[in-house]
Design a protein. Structure first.
Length: 296
């Protein structure tokens, strides 16, 4: 293993762990500083690959956005920028743009980039994120790799309802016809040992056997439909991710300040992708996500 540094400025550098002289795969996490699961997963993979003392075609960046990670913040505390919404970077406007430009230049060298994210504050399925581009051949390859990684579903972006999700690194790389995608994992506090072991083993298997084709179970794709709270109070979930919902099914209850308890039902048919922990929510906060099955 070799450790290199991606220079951001005189004081800031991003550590990169290299396990071969010509790495083809880039694994990265920590783009959002409050998403810890990916960082821990990649640190464990680094340790396992290092113990093997063999050469593998992979580079690993366990934490891309160190300033945000140290502040436990989704955004960079210095400029309040969401790092995954500013690609491609053309002009350097602040520290986040410096980091993004350096990562952009580095990621362009690889044939496969996997960016690990987290559904913070939610019980969730392990999901691959399909960017819903018009590159059918590319999307087919991406879905296959997501299946190899043991994802439980594929969440397809709906750019009409989620315009604020544009500008990601993976979207930029896909525009250059590169294999790049994100996966969403549960937060550390609810990540099961089985799921942790599953994603670690599957990523290592992918790295070791990237040239081999394996039989896989085809994953179902779902369009994400977000549900936001219409009231302020304590939300308590009553359903777990993975179940199929009918419109009107109760997903949780919300207790307002005046002790009035309201049933929160699904406005859609579909699969429950994620649901909020029991916690205080404000009107307009996201409380769960339903997946509408993609036909075809």
């Amino acid at each position: 293993m070799k450790v290199e540094q991606i220079k951001i400025d005189k004081k800031n550098k991003i550590p990169v762990y290299l396990f071969g002289t010509e790495p083809k795969i880039l694994l990265m996490a920590g783009v959002h500083g409050d998403e810890k699961t990916g960082v821990v997963i990649l640190q464990k993979i680094i340790k396992q690959l290092q113990n093997n003392k063999k050469s593998y075609p992979v580079a690993i960046i366990p934490c891309v956005n160190l300033p945000a990670y140290q502040a436990n913040s989704r955004v960079n505390p210095k400029d309040q920028i969401d790092l995954n919404r500013i690609f491609p970077v053309v002009k350097i406007k602040s520290q986040s743009y410096q980091i993004a430009k350096a990562i952009q230049n580095f990621a362009e060298k690889f044939t496969l980039v996997i960016d690990i994210h987290v559904f913070t504050g939610q019980y969730t399925l392990m999901c691959g994120v399909e960017l819903n581009t018009k590159k059918d051949k590319l999307n087919k390859k991406v879905r296959r790799i997501m299946s190899q990684l043991g994802m439980e579903a594929i969440c397809r972006m709906d750019h009409a309802s989620e315009p604020k999700k544009d500008g990601s690194l993976c979207a930029y790389l896909q525009s250059k016809n590169m294999l790049a995608f994100g996966i969403e994992l549960p937060p550390l506090e609810v990540l099961t040992k089985n799921n942790s072991k599953k994603i670690i083993n599957n990523l290592i298997t992918l790295v070791k056997n990237s040239h081999k084709k394996t039989k896989i179970k085809k994953l179902q794709s779902y369009t994400r439909l977000h549900v936001f709270s219409e009231h302020t109070g304590i939300f308590s979930p009553k359903k777990i991710p993975g179940i199929n919902l009918k419109k009107g099914d109760i997903v949780g209850i919300l207790k307002e300040k005046n002790t009035k308890t309201l049933a929160v039902s699904s406005p859609f048919d579909g699969k429950l992708i994620s649901v909020s922990y029991k916690k205080f929510v404000k009107k307009g906060d996201k409380i769960f996500v339903v997946g509408k099955r993609v036909i075809g």
